[in-house]
Ligand binder design. Structure first.
Ligand SMILES: [Zn+2]
Length: 428
């Protein structure tokens, strides 16, 4: 017995020596509400954290960990700098200098696919509440005269999505297409678009669903780029949620890959096993039928300018479409794993055509003419159609209002204040 114990102890000592962890990288991502600092490690670590208030700092000490001294000057509204150093007791220390004391959360992410073991520090941006960029009141006002489309650019931040042979990352392409699509909707009338993310940061799948609900979305469109181990496979496709598993092996593999985002991008705890289970309620069965209608027009439109991957619409258990009770589709713009399509995906022309095809399909589905939709101004408001030579400023002056007052009730006027001839405005 004693003999066995000795062996176990010496094995343990050997393995802990062999498994000395190394810090191989430190980076950070900024979202509208928090900053995520990610530390790459060669193993899992045991760590201790401390907070100091003068100066405000988060200090994380990792035992049995070596690192090279480095400093990252961040200088944003939340973090001043991040520094990594090692002490002579075989421990490494990460210090995050803050501009102000704030709430933070530390957790580890296990090694997954190409991602190593990681330590994640999520730091709330001080004084920023987790709310939408628009108020609830504004959403209610928009809903009176327009449909709301929520556009979801897949992946982001720690989760690059699929990566092409030339290095193109899915997260970047889909964000660009999503922005172009939102732009189409927000320049016209009848539909207002909101994005689930407008920068390079990670949003958990469940959060994307929540955002669609918070925006009171009438339609949800998730944009992705496909990948296959077979280099020659190419083409664009449209998918809807399936209640009975995937309709073919490729669709099943695709859904599995897209559903892994939370494991790669990182959430502290996967709640209710969103990834594994696809629970569908009755209201969703109706939504799936409607989603098929939207998917069909979208696929038809795409056929006009690009090669489509499959005949018909794919169905599989996508976590991001789960629990959405409005028509929702997942567009796989093209195969980033195919050399030709990777190049195509990177072009402005392809991205623009893809956005336009989805935009026109959505309008067709909603039976909204792509020209201007006639507005019925609410009681007490006037109606104005923009004439040649008019600007937001001249229209405001005409009604003795400020441009700001007009913009408040016409949320589709872009930040550039450009109004176009024929655009219908309501005047408070
Ligand atoms: Zn994807």
């Amino acid at each position: 017995m004693r003999f066995i114990t000795t062996i176990i102890i010496s094995l343990f000592a050997f393995s802990s020596y062999a498994q000395q962890t190394e810090i191989t990288g430190v980076r950070y991502w900024t979202s509208p509400t928090n900053i995520r600092v990610v530390v790459d490690l060669t193993n899992e670590v045991s760590y201790q954290m401390k907070e100091s208030s003068a100066p405000p700092e988060i200090i994380i000490t990792m035992k049995n960990t070596k690192s090279n001294k480095q400093e990252l000057l961040v200088n944003n509204t939340t973090i001043r700098q991040i520094s990594v150093s090692a002490d002579d007791k075989n421990a490494s220390c990460i210090k995050i200098g803050l501009t102000k004391k704030t709430i933070f959360n530390v957790f580890q992410l296990k090694k997954y696919q190409s991602k190593p073991d990681r330590l994640v520090i999520d730091i709330n941006i001080p004084d920023v509440k987790k709310t939408l960029p628009v108020s609830q009141k504004e959403i209610e006002r928009i809903k009176k005269r327009a449909k709301i489309v929520v556009i979801d650019a897949g992946h982001g931040g720690e989760d690059p999505g699929a990566i092409g042979p030339g290095g193109l990352q899915e997260k970047d392409v889909v964000l660009s297409v999503a922005k172009k699509l939102a732009n189409y909707f927000n320049q016209g009338h009848g539909v207002k678009a909101f994005l689930t993310r407008d920068g390079d940061y990670f949003i958990p799948l469940g959060e994307r669903v929540k955002l669609c609900k918070q925006y009171d979305g009438d339609i949800f469109i998730s944009i992705h780029a496909n990948a296959s181990p077979k280099e020659n496979i190419r083409g664009s496709s449209v998918y809807v949620l399936s209640t009975e598993g995937a309709d073919n092996r490729a669709a099943q593999l695709l859904a599995q890959r897209e559903n892994m985002a939370d494991l790669i991008g990182g959430i502290a705890k996967i709640e209710n096993d969103v990834v594994a289970s696809i629970l569908v309620d009755l209201s969703q069965t109706q939504a799936i039928n409607e989603s098929l209608g939207l998917a069909k027009v979208t696929l038809d439109n795409m056929t006009s300018f690009c090669h489509t991957y499959s005949i018909g619409i794919g169905r599989a258990g996508f976590a991001v479409l789960k629990s959405i009770d409005v028509p929702s589709i997942l567009v796989e713009t093209a195969f980033v794993s195919n050399q030709k399509e990777e190049k195509l995906l990177a072009t402005d022309g392809f991205q623009e055509s893809m956005a336009k095809a989805i935009y026109e399909a959505t309008l067709k589905y909603l039976e909204i003419p792509s020209s201007v939709v006639s507005l019925v101004p609410p009681k007490g408001y006037k109606h104005h159609v923009v004439k040649n030579g008019e600007t937001l400023w001249s229209i405001a002056a005409l009604y003795d209002k400020s441009p700001k007052e007009i913009k408040e009730v016409n949320t589709d006027i872009p930040a550039s204040d450009v109004v176009f001839v024929g655009q219908e405005l309501i005047i408070p």
